[in-house]
Design a protein around this ligand. Structure first.
Ligand code: DAH
Length: 356
């Protein structure tokens, strides 16, 4: 083998080496047990006596040269700077847009309405979705024969009955006949009972939350929906206070030009009671398909708290008066955003949710 030719081969090969793997391959080929240096060394004993020393030195020198080349290359490869940033991150490329979640439209409307009431001095309270039959009906002066108590209108729970606590005489006959059944609350009004039983008047409270009714699901009905209950109790609270508060709400949610009307109605827990309509926000009161050509849209029920309710919670009905109202969030959200199907709120289709 020609040592000079090997030197040239080494010089050109080492230049093209760029990785630890290539360098190792190079080392094995030249310095390995069956490598070129080993082969050269093995030929020495068969050389004429006088040449052996010189060839031996040449092979040794070649081996040292290869070792030092490998050493240098090793340093170069390991000390190589990290790839320049520009190849890792091209700052002229469009950024990666993260899909951020956001509040559900129902949560937004609840927040908006609670904020409006909070500014008017109402505190925000929550109650449980599993209620007693007493709080949901009896305490609200809803008689035993009322159709809303029917199993077709309320989800009763098949839970073990809890012991019935005897009620005081002042709660009356109906209350004594309570069965102690549990149910999924059919409205947020029972939180009136909870709050008034645990706090003294004066009070001003709003209660957002889920309610449940066994309704067949269609474009305007759902077995679960949201309400906000509100009530205020103090000395000398009058119907005009109710009107003022609700008008402030309607104007804050639907704009200053909105008109409002109170229609006489019946609710067992208020007397007098009224349903409240706003002028149709689609046709501005002219009459369209959304308002059924009436020009008005019903948005809530309200009234002055019935003295029997005060009696059930132990408030002095001669001393205190109060108003109460209950509104459906989905209805308000549908009007506000122009949504024509309540099911859209609960299907969690991102094409719908992404619009809010
Ligand atoms: N609880 C009633 C319902 O779910 C709504 C309601 C009407 C609440 C009149 C009230 C009220 O507080 O005064 O249909």
């Amino acid at each position: 083998m020609d040592i000079e030719a090997i030197k040239t081969q080494i010089d050109s090969e080492i230049q093209n080496i760029n990785s630890p793997e290539e360098l190792e391959d190079f080392r094995v080929r030249f310095l390995g047990r069956k490598g070129i240096i080993a082969q050269l060394t093995s030929t020495i004993p068969s050389l004429p006596q006088q040449e052996r020393a010189a060839v031996g030195q040449d092979v040794n020198a070649l081996k040292n040269k290869i070792l030092s080349l490998i050493n240098e290359k090793q340093k170069l490869i390991t000390a190589r700077p990290i790839q320049p940033a520009v190849t890792l991150c091209d700052i002229s490329m469009p950024g990666i847009v993260q899909d951020l979640g956001h509040l559900h439209p129902i949560t937004k409307v609840v927040d908006e309405i609670c904020t409006i009431f909070n500014r008017m001095g109402f505190s925000v309270v929550e109650g449980p979705e599993i209620e007693t039959e007493y709080n949901n009906f009896t305490g609200l002066n809803i008689p035993l024969e009322h159709p809303s108590r029917d199993v077709f209108d309320t989800f009763y729970l098949k839970l073990p009955r809890y012991p019935v606590i005897p009620l005081s005489r002042s709660t009356g006959k109906q209350a004594n006949r309570q069965t102690g059944k549990l149910l999924l609350r059919s409205h947020t009004s029972p939180v009136q009972i909870r709050v008034m039983k645990s706090r003294k008047a004066p009070l001003a409270v709003v209660v957002p939350g889920r309610v449940y009714r066994p309704d067949a699901v269609d474009a305007s009905h759902s077995f679960m929906f949201h309400q906000i209950e509100g009530f205020m109790v103090d000395k000398n609270i009058r119907f005009s206070d109710l009107k003022g508060v609700l008008e402030a709400l309607a104007k804050a949610v639907f704009g200053k030009d909105i008109k409002m009307r109170f229609r006489p109605h019946f609710f067992p827990f208020t007397e007098p009671s009224a349903e409240v309509d706003i002028s149709c926000i689609i046709c501005q009161g002219k009459g369209c398909s959304v308002c059924g050509k009436k020009g008005w849209l019903e948005i809530l029920g309200s009234g002055m708290i019935h003295p029997n309710v005060f009696k059930y919670v132990g408030y002095d009905a001669k001393k205190y008066t109060g108003f109460a109202f209950g509104l459906g969030i989905e209805r308000i959200a549908m009007l506000k955003y122009g949504i024509d199907d309540i099911r859209l709120f609960f299907e969690n289709d991102l094409r719908f949710l992404g619009q809010f």
